[in-house]
Design a protein around this ligand. Structure first.
Ligand code: ADP
Length: 359
């Protein structure tokens, strides 16, 4: 049985705004789930409904198979880490981490032992006597995490916990959060708008848009099998390229290049005659030059960005534009015409009307 179940969960705010539509998800014990999507898509609202901080308008929320809609935050045994660390400024790191246990009236010796153990996991042992203002952003966030993990809770909820950190600290904290999850094995639900955080942390990712779940899957699933244009474009950096065209004689145009869709769709290409198709391919899934079993494209180089580990090439072919990611040693000249190949297995086709993937 799933540990946590969300069944047709909806949120309609008192002002009538329908923020979350029929959210369905089953979470196993120990899983690391990430909700990802653009700002305003309903991630925090869903997390807050799980935390018990926001009423569920419709649907069933189950813990261990028992309806938990009406339980308060404490009874749900959840701990939450917010974007703003919400530390007590006048309390030391030790007291901040110990706070929940102190409130519960836990024995002082037990508290001391647990705080020390938690501080060791988080690398805070040398900072226990300090006040929050004498810590870096990353250290403060670790204290907030410590305060959450010290209590034995079933569900660990995090809402954009890294967004107040600089880029370097974010990368460090990200790997620390992954490490903490490995050590504690706590079921975790993590909200972020950052697809890299989602890809690196999650066992499974829930991609949301405008209050609707778009796709749920492992990072591998989402990257290689996006169900629609939105997921294809949201996961991956730089994003997937999309070329829009109308099918004529089984072909669409990519600049002056003709893309023969029968190579990819076979006889089914005829079903799309006269209709709109979106041709998708990832910047990193091309090869320079001509290759077999691939679509060949000639395009002009508008701009190159040499990033060290790779070069991004911005190409144009008539009205169509795309980004290619290549080895830095293959960086072309600006304004040069280049030929590149898109292996057929790396091509994703979408219906222009529904934006759903054509399989
Ligand atoms: P996210 O976490 O994905 O950025 P939120 O869950 O915070 O998105 O918000 C989802 C939508 O619900 C947004 O359009 C937001 O403006 C709206 N919303 C959030 N809180 C309230 C509220 N208390 N009343 C009305 N609308 C709200």
């Amino acid at each position: 049985m799933a540990y946590i179940t969300l069944k047709n969960i909806n949120k309609i705010y008192p002002n009538g705004y329908h923020a979350v539509h029929d959210f369905n998800l089953e979470i196993d014990k120990g899983e690391f789930i990430v909700f990802v999507g653009p700002s305003g898509c309903g991630k925090s609202t869903t997390l807050r409904m799980i935390a018990g901080l926001e009423d569920i308008s419709n649907g069933d929320f189950l813990i261990n198979g028992n309806r938990a809609n009406e339980l308060g935050p404490r009874e749900r045994e959840v701990a939450m880490v917010f974007q703003s660390y919400a530390l007590y400024p006048q309390m030391t790191v030790f007291d901040n981490i110990a706070f929940g246990l102190t409130l519960q009236g836990v024995d002082e010796e037990v508290i001391e032992e647990k705080v020390k153990k938690t501080a060791a996991i988080l690398g805070l042992t040398d900072y226990l006597d300090r006040l929050p203002r004498a810590l870096s952003g990353g250290q403060r966030q670790r204290v907030a995490i410590g305060r959450a993990i010290i209590r034995k809770v079933g569900i660990f909820l995090m809402d954009e916990p890294l967004s107040n950190l600089d880029a370097k600290q974010r990368v460090t904290m990200r790997s620390e959060i992954a490490q903490i999850h490995r050590e504690t094995g706590a079921t975790t639900i993590y909200v972020t708008h950052d697809q890299t955080e989602a890809m690196t942390l999650a066992d499974r990712i829930v991609v949301m848009k405008d209050g609707y779940v778009q796709q749920i899957g492992t990072p591998y699933d989402l990257y290689f099998n996006p169900v629609n244009v939105f997921v294809g474009g949201f996961i991956g950096e730089p994003p997937m390229n999309f070329i829009r065209g109308t099918v004529e004689g089984g072909k669409i145009s990519f600049g002056d290049n003709k893309i023969d869709l029968t190579k990819k769709l076979g006889a089914a290409a005829a079903d799309y005659e006269g209709k709109g198709i979106i041709f998708g391919f990832r910047p990193e899934s091309i090869e320079l030059g001509k290759k077999d079993n691939a679509y060949q494209v000639v395009a002009n180089v508008e701009l190159t960005e040499m990033l060290g580990d790779n070069t991004n090439i911005y190409i144009t072919a008539e009205e169509d534009k795309a980004i290619l990611k290549v080895d830095p040693h293959d960086t072309p000249e600006i304004d040069e015409d280049i030929t590149f190949s898109i292996p057929l297995e790396n091509v994703y086709l979408f219906d222009a009307e529904t934006e759903l993937r054509i399989k």
